[in-house]
Design a protein around this ligand. Structure first.
Ligand code: PRT
Ligand code: MG
Length: 214
């Protein structure tokens, strides 16, 4: 029996579509229920539905053999003990720096101002600003980063953006693009060796389905 950990929330629908194209059927009624372990049409494959940021933890410790997690999540986690063999081409968005309309971010950076940056992506943000030589004070948040600059908690935020409508609705603009983000297949390194025969066909099927995702 293989165990695949999936993120509940916004990428679950796209993930279910991808699995379907690999011939893995999920009972959507069950997926909408409160069950945390779901069977699939394949008696040798079950799914865990967990919080996005917990997916790498389940896979790292071998509680799941493999998982699907955003690159944003993997960058924060660090990816220790995990193979990331496939870009699944779903959950596309971009990591960026955003600031209030009217805040001259470029000027603040040029004159070496110390910026207060609110984010849940503290590792990505520290690396990004260190690379640019910008001094920052990081403020760790767990959600709704967009609020922070509106109430004077921060000068800027680092967050993922897809349509841009959340930024717009809160009078914020993207001032720097950090990197494109998409969901990744992650595999427990020990499982890849020990359970190669079961894992290889599933990884190959996911890779093929991802390649045909527009
Ligand atoms: O909700 P919870 O705290 O449990 O976890 P989460 O918010 O990290 O997970 P979830 O389910 O919201 O997102 C899971 C994954 O989806 C993330 O790890 C990303 O890889 C991917 N993803 C893709 C996104 C977005 N697009 C996205 N737009 N994750 C979050 N957003 C948020 C963003 O943070 C911002 O608040 O959506 C808002 C912006 O959306 P637009 O369309 O207005 O730009
Ligand atoms: Mg969320």
């Amino acid at each position: 029996m293989l165990t695949l950990a999936l993120s509940k929330g916004r990428i679950l629908d796209d993930t279910a579509g991808l699995l379907q194209r690999c011939g893995i059927l999920i009972d959507t009624a069950l997926a909408d229920s409160r069950k945390l372990i779901l069977p699939t049409g394949d008696p040798d494959l079950r799914l865990l539905i967990v919080r996005a940021t917990d997916v790498p933890t389940y896979v790292q410790h071998g509680a799941a053999d493999l998982g699907i997690a955003g690159k944003d999540v993997m960058l924060e986690h660090g990816g220790d003990g995990l193979y990331q063999p496939v870009d699944l081409n779903i959950g596309r968005c971009r990591m960026c720096v955003a600031a209030p309309v009217g805040f001259d971010y470029g000027n603040a950076v040029r004159r070496g101002a110390r910026l207060r940056v609110a984010t849940k992506y503290v590792n990505v943000a520290s690396r990004h600003f260190a690379r640019k030589g910008v001094h920052i004070d990081l403020i760790k948040l767990y959600g709704s980063m967009e609020l922070a600059p509106l109430v004077g908690l921060a000068d800027a935020i680092v967050d993922v953006v897809s349509t841009g409508s959340t930024l717009k609705a809160n009078n914020l603009v993207e001032v720097e693009d950090i990197m494109p983000i998409s969901a990744r297949l992650i595999v427990n390194q020990a499982a890849l060796k020990m359970r190669q025969a079961m894992l290889a066909p599933l990884i190959a099927a996911l890779e093929k389905a991802a390649a045909t995702t527009s």
